[in-house]
Design a binder for this molecule. Sequence first.
Ligand code: NOJ
Ligand code: CA
Length: 683
Amino acid sequence: MRLLSILGALAATLLAVPAAAQQIASASTVASPDGHLVLTIGTNSGEGHPTWSLSRKGQLLISPSRLGFLLTDGLAMDRGFTVVGSETGKGDNTWELPWGERRYVRDHYNELLIRYRQADDRGGRLMNVRVRVFNDGIGFRYEVPEQPALKQMNIADELTQFNIAPKGTAWWIPGGDWNRYEQIYQKTPIDAVSIAHTPITMRLEDGTHLAFHEAALVDYAGYWLRRASGQNFRTHLSPSSRGPRVTRALPMNTPWRTIRVTDDARGLVESDLELNLNEPNKLGDVSWVQPGRYVGIWWGMISGRWTWATGPNHGATTERTKATIDFAKKHNFRGVLVEGWNEGWNADWFSRGFEFSFTKAAPDFDRKEVADYARKKGVRIVGHHETGGNIDVYERQLDDAFRTDAALGIDWVKTGYVADAGGIIAPGDKPGEVRMEWHDGQRQVQHHLKVVETAAKYKVSVNPHEPVKDTGLRRTYPNWVAREGARGMEYNAWGAFANPPEHEATLVYTRMLSGPMDFTPGVLSLKGAEGVPLASTLAKQLGLYLAIYSPIQMAADFPEELEKHPRELAFISQVPTDWSDSRLLAGSVGEYAIFARKDRRSEDWYVGGVGGAEEHTVTFTFDFLDPGKTYIATIFKDGPGATYKTDARHNIAYETRKVKKGDTMTLWLAPGGGAAMRLQPGK
Ligand code: NOJ
Ligand code: CA
């Protein structure tokens, strides 16, 4: 039996790889450092389509798939190509993240650069493809050199295909739909995906996990992964108002097209593939980028008790801000977010934003008084720039806005682009003319970087909501600390729209692969507007701080609600937001995710995370602890009978016990449950 299965596997290897390679003429291959992943690239025989394929441990993952571009002003760059040269390379470096899920990142890959030339009767254009193959995935990008036959690329669409060979399941949200990235994840067979945002995560029948995404999205349009037929997908660039979806002078590089490929969910979550494909820090000394926790004048507006606009229920008054600063000081929060502090909210701002000022305060909010008070208390005000999607208005005030904020001691700013997809209002070419753009189109991608660079000039960190997806640019611009880009806690304030109980256990393996999220956990009352309950137990609210990473973590609930739970508030008041190491101890996409994370500033470890819709019992080993030490574990877990479905969602159990390296623990996660614990080395 065993011999037969070995022979079977061998036959599969021999059949799979050469079959793919046969269809690719002048093929070159590049393997991962461990030899498991093999990417083949060349042209297909016949029409000279640039073509690539990918196999892992002898199994074909991506069958021959085409590469190229459609242009708006010339013949397509997709056929008539020959390979005119190639170069190989490799890298193995370890670099340091100024803040993050871990301190050191290993960047280990083999590289291949393929030089293509198109036939003269098709334009004679030159196009290179650079491929990097890592043990946990691949990345490739187009590099279009300076050349006589082409000065500027006017790209109608990018024709990168991904023909996925094995069957499997996908977790995804639709690209191009009105609610941007704020959608509930769908779980379908791969061949039932329509058009998806990335990261899109897949689990193949043999357990292999894949996540398609991109790295270093700079001056280009984000792509959606569109299924053409069966399991054949290709890139679909986010639209532009200008005809070409991307316009770039040459030379130019596209973002990297990436696929994480791992044995299991853990490998997927622990991969740093996209960070490794971004440029190193361009900002120099970034000691001014400070992680931390914050509270805010926010949940009151989201849940409808207060308003952003001035009036009898205005949230952002001077008095309330001072009281919130006192609360922050008392409970060890670095920041106080204040939304609705400025002019513009009294107009219909949604997808308009014409009246917003980013320097002028509402009449009942005294910026100077609040700034002085915060400074005296050692608390930071967190700035807020909601644009309503109007980047025309915002860009004209950008420099003034960040200069004024910084002068008041603000060093984190949350921005916002509340407008339906396609509703970004960008400046036109003439005064008075506007251009309607997409949240992930080339113009908005340029805008985000402009904001991040302007903020950096004033030593301010930014956290956009309704953003473009994260593609690892925090490596290059470490002041881009977090973003939204998925359904966050706010949906739980909106009754009928609340997030389902498995939402966060899905986010961990999808949205979170792209980078930190400002999810804003910590609604300890477990209540949204009009008392509508959250699909969460109390323990899960603590588990979120370990499951959903961000260097800036909010405690979202009303201060008086947080204070009703002193033990839980005490946990939130000290949970780190910056780690020297992070590992997934137990995980399954959409079902549960339990992490171990080590504090960057102490020897403490934290363990915890979230469950899904069904209960789960998970067992893990404390093999990450230092040998020879005993740790005191302070544990918050779902209490007996806890479930998100009833009032038993408040059932929580506390436990203190000693643990050491090698011990195992079994945790019961309630439906909609979670857990969190702190492990401190004992004397
Ligand atoms: C949507 C954001 O996600 C939310 O956090 C913010 O409060 C509102 N927009 C208003 O800016
Ligand atoms: Ca939002």
